[in-house]
Design a protein around this ligand. Structure first.
Ligand code: ATP
Ligand code: MG
Length: 659
């Protein structure tokens, strides 16, 4: 990026706090009427607006039963099937429209129409049944980004067997842990898939996990090609053989109670041992569909691409359930964005003429690091773009807006968690102005509060940092932590609720994130509570500090860790990776320190600026600051089981020792 352009970005940031959504966008948006907020404030009836977007076998009798908090029940008495909602109900109008547009790493392509999906999901549902899967059995799905994944999920939903998708990148140990804690008797895997040109023998992870399984689960194995590409144990059943026995079969969708679980999903494990979040059928599907409609602005005629992996909640809600329930065309890509070249993302965007693009701040920072040159020559035009997963630094937001959105796309930053089912804090793109670095307003019907450590509400709009909490239930919320109601209460409710009370008004959901609400009503999420440090009495969010560092031209990514200091309590260490081709010099260190002093104040001055090759991240791409903190404080590393690359923390230690 040239100096000149940096100046434009900086001056824009300084001058312009808000960006209006493009008029063209507003004109076509699914929801552009501010009255939607008033409707949803009729609590809980407002949420019926989302439930009405679905097909129900039986209408609900009661919107919300809150008589036993925090075990809320939504759309009580209603019955429905998620696979019917994502497939069958679209057949009349759009059976020949593409439902899933799959691109293999090497450029293979599959256009799966709604009719194809109907046929394949029915056959798979019949196959699962013949393999002994019964209603309410939990099926663990350990599949990469290939069509077999959503097909298996929807087949499970069809027969009322909750799925538990384990991200394909997870190891044998992580798989076994999730199979065991979910008491799952069925595991679905695949011989392999492509990663950076190689055929990765994925099935080995299940082979290896076998010794660690508590029970003796049945294993069903898909194959990436017609023929297996690797040895498959005789103990496993080939899905292709089962399917051959069920060609053309139809399976009636099982009518599920709204409160019957649809799936389990484990959290990313950024802060510790992952929690198995259990999601209900009716409330979850309503919330995922409603937010996909109003926030993602998805229409049936769109080509929509969410770059997340289906192995995370974002992929569940915003690649599979939300988009398919709305009858759109959802893109899936097998590979990584830099293989075989760094323009791969834009090549796909152009090839399929993608309208809506959903990604993460970590991906945006990666694109920035590679430089805008990688975008040159690709012709694509996004109407709408979104991010999720971490706070997005204003610097990264602007880059996204200018270079990827061409200043003509609406953007929303969506805050939510695995536990939440769908977006909780996000602007509706046609209603509110965009504000870089800010998640914006609560989604319709959602009532957040910022609480101090005693649980007292910090006055709204005062921009004072505190604990982000949600004070009313919503349909997308988890039912419990699977098999562990105590942990459910401990993790999310105990801290700010009167747990002896049977009155829902005394129960408050604790998000575990720090945030502030500014005078304009917008929320700024500052990061994990643990990521907020106390420097000589000043509360300092990592987001704020990292944004100041990221403004320095040569910085690619920055993460701040708190180091214990006898004098000040804590001081910030800044870990920095530089952009391609940039040298790690004292002069650059100086610019980083200066940027923090100018942007925040002298008190926030980094105690060390440490150049590293890579930051420790979870497999979902989030920076694990607590590991950097362990390094800074010369302590033993905490739980590293969810790290994408387990060698990164030790490499950093070695690098620092060598310096
Ligand atoms: P674990 O709970 O196991 O530690 P995790 O919290 O990283 O893992 P997820 O549920 O995948 O697992 O992530 C939710 C968290 O991601 C939020 O609590 C928040 O810290 C962060 N997050 C998500 N979206 C945003 C956003 N738009 N802005 C700021 N932070 C976000
Ligand atoms: Mg979490």
């Amino acid at each position: 990026m040239s100096n000149e352009q940096d100046l434009t970005i900086e001056s824009k940031l300084a001058e312009q706090e808000y960006f209006e959504p493009p008029t063209e966008f507003v004109g076509q948006a699914n929801m552009a009427d501010p009255a939607v907020y008033d409707r949803f404030d009729e609590f809980p009836e407002g949420f019926e607006e989302y439930a009405e977007m679905l097909d129900w076998d039986e209408h609900w009798d009661e919107v919300l039963d809150d008589s036993n908090p925090p075990f809320y029940e939504w759309f009580v008495g209603g019955k429905l099937n998620a696979s019917h909602n994502c497939i069958d109900r679209h057949l009349d109008e759009r059976k020949n429209q593409t439902a899933l547009l799959w691109e293999g790493e090497g450029g293979e392509q599959r256009n799966i129409s709604y009719q194809d999906l109907y046929r394949e999901v029915n056959e798979m549902a019949a196959a699962l049944r013949s393999a002994g899967v019964e209603e309410d059995d939990i099926v663990t799905i350990h599949l990469p980004m290939v069509p077999a994944l959503p097909i298996t999920m929807l087949a499970c939903a069809r027969i009322g067997a909750p799925h538990s998708v384990v991200f394909a990148g997870y190891s044998a140990g992580a798989l076994a842990e999730r199979v065991n804690t979910a008491d799952s008797e069925h595991v679905v895997t695949i011989d392999g898939y492509y990663r950076r040109g190689d055929f990765l023998e994925h099935i080995e992870k299940t082979d290896e996990a076998t010794d660690e399984f508590d029970g003796d689960p049945d294993v069903l194995a898909w194959t990436r090609h017609d023929e297996p590409q690797t040895d498959i144990s005789d103990d496993y059943t080939l899905v292709s053989e089962l399917l051959a026995d069920h060609r053309g079969e139809r399976v009636e969708p099982v009518s599920r109670d709204a409160e019957d679980p649809l799936f389990l999903m484990y959290t990313s494990g950024t802060t510790g041992v992952p929690k198995g979040c259990q999601h209900r059928t009716g409330g979850y599907l309503a919330y995922a569909t409603g937010t996909a409609n109003y926030v993602e602005d998805i229409k049936p005629g769109d080509t929509y691409w969410c770059m997340a992996d289906i192995g995370w909640i974002t992929g569940h809600s915003y690649i599979v359930y939300g988009p398919l329930s709305l009858g759109t065309t959802s893109v899936m890509y097998e590979g990584t964005p830099d293989y075989p070249h760094k323009g791969r993302t834009w090549e796909i965007a152009e090839k399929y003429d993608v309208d809506i693009f959903h990604t993460s701040p970590t991906a945006v920072r990666q694109f920035m690091k590679w430089g805008k040159e990688e975008l040159e020559g690709y012709d694509f035009d996004f109407r709408h773009m979104t991010t999720v997963g971490e706070p997005i630094q204003p610097e990264a937001w602007l880059w996204y807006y200018e270079h990827i959105g061409d200043e003509s796309a609406a953007i929303v930053d969506t805050w939510w968690q695995t536990e939440n089912g769908g977006h909780l804090i996000t602007n509706l793109p046609a209603i509110h102005d965009m504000k870089p670095g800010s998640a914006g307003r609560p989604a319709p019907g959602i009532e957040p509060a910022i609480l101090d450590d005693r649980g007292d509400e910090i006055e709204a709009g005062t921009a004072q940092a505190g604990n982000l909490a949600i004070t009313r239930p919503w349909p997308g919320m988890l039912q419990t932590v699977y098999g562990n109601d105590e942990r459910f209460i401990e993790e999310y409710w105990e801290r700010f609720s009167d747990t002896d009370s049977g009155d829902s008004a005394d129960w408050v959901y604790e998000a575990g994130d720090a945030a502030m609400q500014e005078a304009d009503g917008y929320y700024r999420v500052l990061g994990r509570l643990d990521d907020v440090m106390n420097v000589a009495g000043h509360r300092l969010g990592t987001m704020e500090l990292e944004s100041a560092v990221a403004e320095v031209e040569d910085v690619a990514e920055a993460a701040v860790a708190a180091r214990d200091d006898t004098e000040k309590g804590e001081v910030p260490d800044v870990y920095v990776t530089v952009r391609e081709g940039v040298e790690e010099t004292e002069e650059l260190r100086g610019r980083i320190v200066e940027s923090v002093e100018e942007g925040i104040g002298k008190f926030a001055r980094p105690s060390n600026v440490l150049f590293v090759d890579e930051l420790p991240k979870t497999r979902s791409g989030k920076i694990m600051r607590r590991l950097l903190e362990d390094i800074s404080n010369d302590e033993e590393l905490g739980n590293t089981s969810t790290l994408a690359d387990p060698s990164v923390p030790e490499t950093i230690r070695d690098q620092l020792q060598a310096d």
